[in-house]
Design a protein around this ligand. Sequence first.
Ligand SMILES: CC(C)(COP(=O)(O)OP(=O)(O)OC[C@H]1O[C@@H](n2cnc3c(N)ncnc32)[C@H](O)[C@@H]1OP(=O)(O)O)[C@@H](O)C(=O)NCCC(=O)NCCS
Length: 168
Amino acid sequence: MNIRDETSSDYKAIAEVNREAFAQENEARLIEQIRDSDRYIPELSLVAEAQGVIVGHILFSYIDLVGEETLPVLGLAPLAVRSQQQRQGIGSALVQAGLAKADARKEAIVIVLGHPQFYSRFGFEPAISYGIESPFPVPEDVFMVKPLQHYQDKYRGKVVYPPAFHGV
Ligand SMILES: CC(C)(COP(=O)(O)OP(=O)(O)OC[C@H]1O[C@@H](n2cnc3c(N)ncnc32)[C@H](O)[C@@H]1OP(=O)(O)O)[C@@H](O)C(=O)NCCC(=O)NCCS
């Protein structure tokens, strides 16, 4: 299994992986909307490929953290692994590869809404313990952050998702 940056020739396969893993269209549409926006970071859209076939995908893009100032931070969404290939470490490998690239880009923090049992293994913690609030009511343990090496205390406030996320 190989992890690499997406290219435009992967777009169709990435949409398929997301449709299959989530059993709905929303995430595939979200990815397209993010790509069409100024919040897209091509090198943080990664695919997992096995024998030339895309079996997983992860996307990190900019969302806003609004406190005393408005700061762009990374939002991790979506993450998908084809159901037949789940529980083989592919999702974990995608998260780890993405976090390493985010760190290398000197990003400060990653925000995710997801399964606490899964994301806590990569050091994600409830966002509220860092003074970061969700824009909508969710259980505290599912709205998480992973501070990276360049994290500073100024990263506090309320998350605002850009228009690409509306309707998801
Ligand atoms: C979540 C997902 C990306 C994990 O990918 P994966 O390749 O299966 O992950 P890994 O093999 O690296 O790790 C598997 C671990 O994920 C956890 N996990 C997977 N799906 C989970 C779920 N629905 N709820 C809670 N934990 C889950 C389990 O703890 C599992 O560990 P175990 O095998 O020791 O029990 C994959 O299951 C998926 O695409 N699911 C459908 C889409 C989705 O929910 N995406 C996540 C959005 S936050």
